[in-house]
Design a protein around this ligand. Structure first.
Ligand SMILES: [Zn+2]
Length: 316
């Protein structure tokens, strides 16, 4: 028995928030995000880090025609129809070369070719499972499309899923299983994730980045829930990106992540860190430096306590 270090990344580019993110203002950010992916992959490969890349299905498309071909007929009927990203397809470019913000086949190729990396799904359309107006049938059609395009273009069956915006819908597990998914990322088992404190919640989550270490942030392998063959693997912590205006808390943030990793390694627990590759676009150099610091610490814990790196599907 040993502790395990899990990393999952929500790979989405502009599809992570097309209704709120002004692309004109964020082009450089996403171009940096695209540079961050190969750089992250190199660090992972060099250090034997296994990671899960939960990728939006739209990014798998070779071009607009293929994206429309694979789009399900039964699209999400959210009450807030701005959340249906099918509404934006008309405005995007034709392929990755023309529009690197909405297509990602070369980056997906890069992920697949890197040792130890798992290509996984973040649904086809960045689907919101708890949004008013959508139906179980629409969710199933979405996951089906994600599997179909992954198989068509990369010959891969996706086995792990990360719910967009972490909108975890327990009653959808049956659908998830039917569509070939064996592991999902669930939310951390701590009070501010379980209950809603409205506007306060994000603030409380941010403060927690700096507060005392709670043992509930890492977890025991025997406490993992396995519902009808779908394993729920809780996230431990969001790796907050480096931001110039938050420079004062950076040392504390990293110290805290390292302390939590050490706790997991010493007590044979699982520590699951996640982020979006585009978060590194905030400041590519600083974020890569912080990632290296975390990986160095992982290497130390591996030597000392046999701490192991795992992707989500390693738990199947
Ligand atoms: Zn997302």
């Amino acid at each position: 028995m040993n502790g395990k270090f899990v990393i999952s990344l929500d790979f989405e580019l502009h599809w992570g928030g097309a209704e709120i993110w002004d692309l004109q203002q964020m082009k450089d950010h996403f171009l940096d995000a695209r540079k961050a992916i190969p750089a992250t992959l190199r660090e992972f490969e060099k250090n034997g880090i296994r990671a899960t890349w939960a990728t939006v299905g739209f990014l798998f498309a070779k071009d607009k025609e293929q994206l429309m071909d694979f789009s399900p007929i039964n699209k999400p009927s959210y009450v807030n129809n701005k959340l249906s990203y099918y509404n934006y397809i008309e405005q995007i470019g034709n392929d990755e070369k023309e529009d690197p913000f909405h297509y990602g086949t070369s980056l997906i190729e890069n992920i697949i070719q890197t040792n130890g990396q798992e290509l996984a799904t973040h649904t086809f359309s960045h689907y919101y499972c708890n949004e008013e107006g959508q139906t179980p049938e629409q969710f199933e059609a979405d996951l089906k499309a994600a599997q179909a395009i992954a198989f068509e273009n990369f010959n891969i069956k996706l086995e792990s899923l990360v719910f967009p915006k972490n909108q975890y819908n327990h009653s959808y597990l049956e659908i998830v299983k039917r569509q070939g998914i064996k592991v999902i990322r669930s939310n951390p088992n701590v009070w501010f994730w379980q209950s809603s404190y409205g506007k306060l919640t994000p603030v409380l989550r941010a403060i927690d980045t700096l507060g005392p270490i709670s043992s509930s942030i890492s977890f025991n392998i025997k406490d993992l829930e396995n519902q009808n063959g779908v394993l729920e693997l809780p996230a431990s912590r969001f790796f907050r990106p480096y931001k110039e205006k938050e420079s004062r808390i950076q040392k504390l943030k990293i110290r805290r992540i390292k302390a939590e990793m050490t706790y997991a390694a010493k007590n044979n627990r699982i520590y699951h860190l996640w982020w979006h590759p585009h978060n590194f676009g905030e400041d590519l150099k600083q974020n890569l430096n912080q990632l290296r610091e975390i990986i160095d610490h992982y290497n130390f814990l591996k030597e000392t306590y046999n701490f192991q790196s795992n992707s989500m599907s390693d738990f199947i």
